[in-house]
Design a binder for this molecule. Structure first.
Ligand code: SAH
Length: 549
């Protein structure tokens, strides 16, 4: 009996030697015959020693698969090669189809081994940053073997469901309209600014990487060897990279319209207003009860009964909602809007109207947290942060961002009776308030020498006295080694105050390390704007005591 052959179906990755797996190298060495599209065979020619090579044209895929099976059945070891992964628009499926047609069974037929490779979605993504990261799909725009109508449906569905999309075969010499149509569909669901990466010949000699966006992508060269990667609604560009966060945990803030949450904020429940197991009591799993719960919950958000009915119908029939409800299934994913409100810098009195407005905008699902610096921090799940800002401003709230920003904390100036320095506090708030800082930075501003609102315990302390200002720098406001700021100047002329403070803040912002609080920076730099550092730390030895103790 003749020796049984073997069929290897090989994906050799994007095209360079470093990204070929060792199993692929072994298999090529082991084979008697290598079969593949000419360009691919050329790409791996350095690996070929004395094997017979059969390279054919692009369109002869079926013939290639048939030949491979025939040769294996006659006792040869045959490697059928594809670029990327053989199981992604490659030869693996075709080889199996030919085998199935012949009634092949694993137990009795020729042995088949599929060797995985790095597909274009992965190799191209790696050159763009981290654009895939989350739920994604690949769509081939080639209507050579797939009806165009079906491709349109897939692009539409993927666009609607907010997948990151990798478009394979986006365009060829004759097929030029497909990518134009695909862009049109995508623009109906995604912002024109959605990041798009165009990678041509990844890890090959003529590699080209272009970072663009959905609106402008067609102004660049896209060809047979390009993969187009389109971000989802939370994908962003940073330093010429495309990055998709690991989820939708994001928020709106006042100083940046939309921000991804920082790593440490991510696992908080409140950052996930859409989750199934929030206080609504909805349960995991897909039994009937929870499905109804989910439906009810989702429907609550729809505004008109017509829209609700359409959505319900789409779900009951299990039919894609695309034709009926296109306009309402666009990405209405709520984000947390986080901001702080107060009646004003000096003003500490809330009006009833303000309190009613607060209750209204925060609603059942938001939170209000009272802080030591006379503010209320709001966290509100919403689609429309601007609407919330407008309502709050309409009742004269002063709004400020939350986080590592500059905050002006003033006293009440004897309930407004000692009002002379108030304009300076307001001016500092106007010029510096809410600015992003390396670490939170508080300016304490007190209207008389009593400094009873604790200005000297803030990062920067300003105390008004006899028509002029005294300045304190570098308090350590918390901990068992807490200490006040060091007095650095007395009798600063009012007209010099804002400029001086601005210079201090600018220096700190420019030179401090990330997360370095002002007192630490002061200690390290030994001076700020010419004011020399003096050690204000307690003079006895204090054991460090973390909060668990
Ligand atoms: N089996 C291959 C895909 C073959 S379909 C894989 O898994 O990657 C051919 C398409 O793949 C091309 O039109 C292009 O969109 C993409 N492609 C393959 N190799 C590529 C490379 N090195 N750089 C960019 N795109 C590539």
């Amino acid at each position: 009996m003749t020796q049984k052959g073997k069929l290897f179906v090989v994906g050799f990755g994007p095209g360079d030697f470093n990204h070929i797996t060792t199993r692929v190298v072994e298999v090529i060495q082991e084979s008697d015959l290598i079969i593949g599209y000419k360009t691919y065979v050329d790409l791996i020619q350095d690996l070929v020693t004395d094997q017979t090579v059969v390279s054919t044209g692009m369109t002869e895929e079926v013939a290639r698969a048939q030949e491979a099976v025939k040769q294996a059945e006659s006792g040869k070891k045959v490697a059928v090669i594809s670029s990327g992964d053989a199981g992604v628009y490659g030869m693996a499926g075709l080889v199996y189809e030919v085998l199935v047609e012949k009634g092949w069974k694993e137990a009795t037929g020729v042995e088949v081994e599929i060797i995985p490779g790095i597909s274009a979605i992965n190799s191209c993504a790696s050159l763009l940053g981290a654009p895939v990261m989350h739920d994604s799909c690949t769509i081939s725009l080639s209507d050579h073997l797939t009806p165009w109508e079906l491709i349109v449906k897939r692009v539409e569905a993927a666009a609607q469901a907010d997948f990151v999309i990798a478009l394979y075969n986006p365009r060829s010499g004759r097929r030029t309209r497909q990518i134009v149509e695909a862009q049109k569909i995508l623009l109906r669901y995604r912002s024109p600014e959605t990041p798009v990466g165009l990678v041509k010949s990844a890890y090959r000699e003529r590699q080209e990487v272009i970072i663009t966006n959905l609106e402008e992508m067609l102004n660049h060269d896209i060809g047979m060897l390009t993969t187009v990667i389109i971000g989802n609604s939370s994908t962003f560009m940073y330093d010429n990279k495309i990055i998709t966060p690991r989820g939708y945990r994001r928020k709106y803030t006042l100083n940046a319209e939309k921000q991804t949450l920082k790593a440490h904020q991510r696992l908080q429940k409140e950052a996930e207003p859409w989750a199934l197991d929030q206080e609504t009591g909805l349960i995991h799993g897909n039994d009937g009860a929870s499905a109804v719960g989910l439906l009810t919950k989702t429907l609550e958000k729809k505004s008109t009964s017509l829209e609700m009915a359409r959505e319900a119908l789409a779900r009951v029939t299990g039919q894609s909602a695309s034709q009926q409800v296109t306009s309402i299934v666009q990405q209405n994913i709520e984000s947390i809007f986080e901001l702080a409100v107060s009646p004003g810098v000096a003003n500490k009195q809330f009006t009833p109207k303000q309190m009613i407005t607060l209750a209204e905008v925060v609603g059942e699902r938001g939170t209000m947290e009272y802080t030591p610096d006379h503010k209320i921090i709001l966290k509100i799940p919403t689609l429309e942060p601007e609407a919330i800002t407008e309502k709050l401003q309409a009742v004269d709230f002063s709004l400020s961002p939350v986080g590592d920003v500059l905050t002006v904390k003033a006293c009440d100036f004897f309930d407004g009776e000692k009002a002379e320095p108030i304009p300076y506090a307001d001016e500092l708030q106007r010029v510096l308030g809410g600015m992003e800082m390396p670490k939170e930075l508080n300016i304490g501003f007190n209207g008389c020498g009593m400094a009873c609102y604790g200005a000297v315990m803030e990062d920067i302390g300003i105390v008004f006295r006899k028509g002029k200002f005294d300045l304190f720098l570098g308090a350590k406001p918390v901990g068992r080694t807490a200490h006040p700021g060091q007095p650095v100047a007395e009798g600063i002329e009012p007209d010099q105050l804002v400029e001086l403070i601005t210079n201090i803040v600018d220096e700190y912002k420019l030179k401090a390390h990330p997360n370095e609080r002002l007192f630490k920076y002061f200690k390290r730099a030994k001076q700020i704007q010419g004011y020399l550092y003096q050690d204000m730390a307690p003079k006895i030895k204090i054991e460090p005591a973390p909060c668990e103790d």
